[in-house]
Design a protein around this ligand. Structure first.
Ligand code: BG6
Length: 497
């Protein structure tokens, strides 16, 4: 099939059609519909735009509207909601019962889209990836892929490099690369944007952003939630694919990439790709020293008892799927050689926190040795993505008093207090980026390929050399082996130091 011609970016303010496949699924209800509602309040879903919610469930538009009203009330702040606002948003939404595997069902969609080929068409596939190919085939067969169409693919994109490539190949047969938006919502988070601003909008950090200045980097994505009714899906996926392959590696890219020549999508994505390609492979027995995988046992999170992973609905009693991963990544470039990046993510951990900690080198020689009680902790830049976004630089200062004693003090960026504008939720930003045709925050095909190329050998190594999965008590910070992984190099996780 012939590829479609180039699509130009659209100024904010023009109408668009959103085709939301998987409209009754968890992601659509929890994140996508509330994001659309908020953008509607912000005036970005302009008159003439439409949201076509598409799912297999046979139900009326009114029933679907009642369902999304309930979930929006649950996930939005009370002050964001009013009957009048809801009415005006609901007027934009329609619901069509469509089984994406059934070609004849797309006739309904053709009828709904008649005469709208010149409107930007956002096709959001919030479904299982196994449906991506067939949905795109059916859209193309029904003549619904127009030059102004953009397809948004939710993760996980495949379960390994081969399956991801198969999806990319078949979607790529219907859409040109510039029409494909592979979403990773972490890239849309406000603090990740701020990290980009911090690195490339200031001269301050650039001379320090390298080996010799930075000792090591930690990224922690800790969740208190368990598998939340997604046991069956999760058991096929595991934390390495669900979180590391996408969110954590994207954070590594943003942290480690060279300054791009511009914010042009390909300039940024070229630099991210170089990072992914420079990751040192973790091969065979390396998994024993450079990775830790585990799943949770019964325990208590915030004082509430919770079952173990193997007792979750949909999870086989003999499952070896990991809900926790810690690993040591190394980037073989002049800038980063010898600077370890420790990554850690898990479900049912003690706290919900997503944090990047950049630890700088120790002072080469201390003149305060005689000052009893002086702290010698190195400078740290702590970038917290959630729960409260913050960027803090820890420096040593003199404790008040007669004697010279040093102690850490935080220089904190007052992000909330410095601006009157409110942060925009990741999905809100990313959906509007698709509407505007801005690909910068979306993954290119070769990036995805490079990420899987690094991830696959870890899984193979686990299968061959690390059959026995470890466990940790729900409500803890993960297995003891995770602390051992980092302490072997003489460091400690931020919550342990
Ligand atoms: C999703 C994963 O991509 O990210 C979930 O599939 C995880 O398992 C979620 O819970 C975490 O996102 P956030 O924005 O809450 O950190």
């Amino acid at each position: 099939m012939q590829k479609l011609g180039p699509v130009t970016g659209q100024p904010t303010g023009a109408p668009f059609d959103m085709l939301l496949f998987g409209a009754t699924g968890d992601l659509a209800l929890r994140k996508l519909v509330p994001a659309l509602y908020r953008r509607h309040l912000a005036g970005q879903i302009v008159a003439g735009s439409r949201v076509l919610a598409l799912a297999r469930t046979s139900q009326s538009r009114e029933t679907y509207l009642a369902q999304i009203e309930e979930t929006c009330r649950k996930y939005l702040r009370p002050e964001e909601f009013s009957a009048e606002r809801w009415k005006s948003f609901a007027a934009v939404v329609d619901y069509l019962t469509i089984d994406a595997t059934q070609a004849q069902d797309f006739k309904k969609l053709s009828a709904a889209l008649a005469g709208r080929d010149d409107v930007v068409r956002v096709i959001f596939l919030s479904t299982a990836p196994s449906l991506f190919t067939l949905t795109c085939d059916n859209l193309a067969a029904a003549g619904l892929v127009t030059p102004k169409s953009r397809v948004v693919l939710e993760k996980p994109l495949g379960h390994d490099r081969t399956s991801a490539e198969a999806i990319n190949r078949s979607v790529g047969a219907m859409f040109a690369e510039h029409q494909i938006y592979r979403i990773d919502h972490y890239l849309g988070k406000e603090t990740v944007q701020n990290l980009i601003a911090l690195r490339f909008g200031n001269t301050l950090f650039e001379p320090l952003w390298r080996r010799g200045r930075i000792r090591h980097v930690q990224i922690t994505v800790a969740e208190q939630l368990g598998v939340e009714g997604r046991g069956q899906f999760y058991d096929q996926t595991g934390a390495l694919r669900d979180m590391v392959q996408s969110h954590l590696l994207q954070l590594v890219c943003i942290l480690a990439m060279e300054p791009p020549a511009s914010s042009d999508p390909d300039a940024v994505r070229d630099e991210k790709l170089k990072v992914l390609r420079a990751l040192r492979p973790i091969l065979d027995r390396d998994v024993q020293t450079k990775t830790v995988r585990a799943h949770y046992k019964a325990g208590a999170v915030s004082g509430q008892p919770v079952p173990g992973y193997l007792d979750e609905a949909g999870v086989p009693a003999d499952s070896t799927t990991e809900t926790f991963v810690a690993l040591k990544a190394e980037i073989d470039t002049w800038r980063w050689a010898g600077v370890p990046f420790y990554l850690r993510t898990g479900k049912r951990l003690q706290d919900r926190v997503t944090e990047i900690v950049v630890t700088f080198e120790d002072v080469p020689h201390s003149i305060f040795e005689g000052a009893g009680g002086s702290d010698r902790s190195p400078n740290r830049l702590v970038i917290r993505l959630q729960p409260q976004e913050s960027i803090t630089l820890t420096i040593l200062a003199k404790k008040p008093g007669e004697v010279m004693r040093l102690a850490p003090v935080n220089l904190a960026l007052d992000l909330a207090g410095s601006f009157k504008e409110k942060p925009v939720d990741a999905y809100e930003r990313l959906i509007m980026d698709v509407v505007k045709g801005n690909l910068t925050l979306f993954m290119r095909r070769d990036e995805l390929d490079a990420a899987w190329r690094w991830i696959d050998p870890i899984r193979e190594g686990w299968a061959r050399h690390d059959e026995r999965i470890k466990s940790y008590v729900a409500g803890s910070w993960g297995p003891a082996a995770s602390s051992a992984l980092i302490s072997r190099d003489g460091f400690a996780w931020q919550d342990e130091s």
